[in-house]
Ligand binder design. Structure first.
Ligand code: ADP
Ligand code: MG
Length: 718
């Protein structure tokens, strides 16, 4: 067996465990060895039985005087009871529902037990302790202990995969492999940081001799994992820099002309970002740029200027949005903005047979999918706007030079390569990438998982926008808020009501699917359908209330959005599907039910749905949760205007897992935990930069190179 051996080969790992491990991304021996505990149970103090104290957790060592098992009168429950004695005293031990124990532990066995001392009908007893058999009473080496009598590792578990089992599997593996794991960190880093060498670290992280040793080992692996992320993204950057892209000359006249047609003046931030992008496009290397700006900061027009330059240089642009509604909105917006420029713009989605395309003369024309695909391939479409359908195999471009991706953050290199145009006998050209997002990305993430992208930040809102008044509304003021809404509607304004879920009820499968653990809170979460009925019938019977959620058909959704846009609906009750990008000029109130269920960055996005038309707008947050953390978070959004600050707070309060998309990255737990640790992130980034400057191909660091290859396979930063 070596490190790459499949865990299938480990005799103690059966098919069901194999599946469970697989679910956690553990496929090889090495994966398993690098599955680190997230905490340790301190059972290191073995005390005489005479000294145990009620309600305290303790660890004792003794001989089993007797052991028996029985069923309780409540039936079903199997009790295993034992008396364990040492030199000082004896104690009763009770295990619940562990029927196999009676086969494992026998009278006369010496056992080490760790658990809580409880009080029952017949006096004190050790309740459900962790146990292990010991061969001797005397001179026990802690390295021989696994589940008790030491710092005991506790692992992130999935159902049916206990820490005990992992310890049982891991310990012999560690003994076998600890000297075979190659040191991947460069010598000078280990020296400079005073890290434990891999041999010791891998043992100490699982079975530490002391808390200090555990921390030392963890520090090393924290560094290592972030270092690998940095190396991946920085290497990716180097690699892309060697690729060729179409160089798009900056067309000053054209750009000036476009700006002069705009009904508004560009903000300084828009000018700055546009300039950065156009300068990038001039280079014959693929741009990878993230345009970040709050909702309403005007990202679209920046993207359109880039697209216009590309088109007039004779190339094509693909513009992709995450939802159909949004794609269609962009389609209409782009048509409007480019009206004077005779650009051929088309729209493509995955679902419909009919595709809408636009002709030169500005009338919109429906053509078949096949025809549209033909046109794209022949270069008869300049800007193709759509959903994910754009990256299907069937879509081919004649000379694509720019991909604009809205609200996706990232676009895999693979996807990009797929879109690149390769014609026989010609050099392969990779299109430039402009990714646009309103999701504020905390600095630590910008430096790690987004570290391969250049950032352009729209840190300024167009003039005249009013600050949105944000309030956390206590339950007793709910009716006041409803009255306020009625007045707003009377003034001709519109209202969003956001609910955390679609349907009431308690469907287990659905909960599992959503990965929702907080079952209690989940059951209480407001549901769109219920709320819609309530508002429509009881609260606002005289107003037009509409409903929108992700399970509706695309056509229905579009109709609702269109009605809302055209003011045929006053109040729209919706799930988070309205989260990204939708532009409803008439909306002035954003009411969020169960606000505690959303991340700060998400709340921030919701809030951005209103306040677009220079009219005073409001955001009302409702919560029934009395938890302090919840209030803290909600107060943060009330106070904070800056999205980056909010995102960093989100990261600190809720952890990286709360950020959308992060779970799919497959980043190891320790690195995940450290994604909020700015000093460490900066340090690892610098170390990675220095190493790559010295040896871009890591020729001198082959173990690191090998490890990086595997690491990249496991993470997908899409
Ligand atoms: P987002 O950054 O959220 O994508 P949009 O690009 O949708 O923002 O722009 C929001 C609205 O602001 C649009 O109606 C757009 O026409 C308008 N807009 C963009 N830039 C400016 C500006 N500099 N001044 C005034 N309005 C602007
Ligand atoms: Mg937008």
């Amino acid at each position: 067996m070596d490190l790459d051996t499949s865990i299938k080969e480990i005799s103690r790992v059966g098919p069901s465990f194999l599946r469970k491990l697989g679910k956690m991304g553990i496929k090889t021996v090495e994966n398993l060895l690098r599955h680190f505990p997230y905490r340790y149970e301190d059972f290191s103090d073995i005390i005489p039985i005479a000294k145990v104290k009620l309600n305290e957790t303790c660890c004792v060592l003794g001989k089993i005087l007797e052991i028996k098992s029985s069923r309780t009168w409540k039936r079903r429950m199997i009790l295993t009871q034992a008396i364990v004695q040492d030199n000082s005293s004896a104690i009763k031990v009770v295990w619940f529902n562990q029927p196999y124990l009676i086969k494992t532990l026998k009278q006369g066995d010496v056992v080490c037990l760790a658990g809580k001392v409880s009080f029952g009908d017949k006096g004190i007893f050790l309740s459900n302790p962790a146990y292990e058999k010991i061969s001797t009473f005397r001179n026990i080496e802690i390295s021989s202990l696994t589940h008790t009598g030491r710092l005991v590792p506790v692992y992130p578990e999935t159902e049916g995969l206990s820490s005990r089992w992992l310890r049982y599997i891991l310990k012999p593996l560690l003994l076998e492999f600890k000297n075979k794991i190659p040191e991947i960190l460069p010598e000078k880093i280990i020296k400079a940081e005073n890290f434990l060498p891999i041999k010791q670290a891998i043992w100490q992280v699982h079975f530490p001799d002391s808390v200090a040793q555990a921390e030392k080992a963890r520090a090393r692996f924290s560094f290592e994992e972030l270092f690998l992320i940095e190396l991946s993204v920085l290497k990716e950057r180097l690699r892309l820099n060697k690729e060729k892209a179409p160089a798009i000359p900056l067309n000053v006249e054209l750009t000036k002309e476009f700006v002069s047609f705009l009904p508004f003046k560009l903000t300084d931030a828009q000018k700055k970002c546009t300039w950065q992008i156009l300068k990038d496009l001039e280079k014959p290397r693929p741009m990878s740029r993230l345009l970040e700006g709050d909702v309403g900061s005007g990202k679209t027009v920046v993207g359109v200027i880039a697209a216009l330059n590309v088109v007039k240089a004779g190339f094509q642009t693909a513009f992709m949005a995450p939802t159909e509604i949004l794609a269609k909105q962009h389609f209409q917006e782009v048509i409007k903005l480019l009206k004077p420029f005779k650009v051929k713009i088309a729209f493509l989605t995955g679902k419909e047979d009919k595709i809408v395309a636009q002709k030169l003369e500005n009338e919109i024309l429906e053509i078949s999918r096949q025809k549209l695909l033909d046109k794209a391939r022949k270069g008869e479409i300049d800007i193709l706007i759509g959903t994910h359908a754009l990256i299907q195999d069937k879509v081919k471009f004649k000379n694509l030079a720019l991909c604009i991706i809205d609200e996706q953050h990232r676009f895999g290199v693979e996807q990009r390569a797929k879109l690149s145009t390769s014609r026989a006998g010609e050099e392969k050209l990779i299109p430039h990438l402009l990714s646009m997002t309103a999701t504020p990305i905390p600095r630590t993430l910008a430096l790690t998982v987004y570290g391969d992208l250049d950032l352009s930040i729209l840190d300024e809102m167009p003039k005249g926008r009013k600050k949105i008044i944000t309030k956390v509304i206590p339950p007793e003021d709910r009716n006041k808020a409803y009255d306020f809404i009625k007045e707003q509607v009377k003034l001709g304004n519109q209202v969003f009501v956001i609910c955390p879920r679609i349907e009431a009820g308690n469907n287990q499968a659905e909960k599992d699917k959503k990965g929702e653990k907080d079952i209690l809170g989940w059951a209480e979460a407001k549901a769109v359908k219920e709320e819609y009925e309530k508002l429509r019938k009881e609260i606002f019977p005289e107003l037009k209330v509409g409903m929108l959620h992700g399970r509706m058909k695309t056509k229905e959704k579009e109709k609702i959005m269109k009605d809302f846009k055209n003011k045929k609906i006053d109040i729209l009750v919706s799930t988070s599907v309205v989260e990204v990008g939708i532009d409803i000029q008439g909306a002035t109130v954003m009411m969020i039910e169960g606000a505690e269920r959303f991340g700060l960055a998400q709340l921030y996005q919701f809030r951005g749905r209103v306040g677009r038309a220079n009219v005073q707008s409001y955001c009302f947050l409702f919560t029934d949760s009395p938890a302090r953390k919840t209030r803290q978070r909600l107060e943060a959004i009330v106070k904070t205007e800056n999205g980056f600050e909010l995102a960093q707070k989100d990261l600190e309060i809720r952890g990286p897992g709360s950020l959308s998309g992060v779970k799919q990255w497959g980043i190891p737990d320790l690195a995940m935990e450290n994604l909020k640790n700015l000093p460490l992130v900066e340090k690892t980034r610098q170390a990675a930069q220095e190493l790559l400057a010295e040896d871009p191909d890591l020729k001198k660091y082959s173990p690191l190179k090998e490890r990086l290859k595997k690491f990249k396979k496991r993470i997908h930063l899409e």
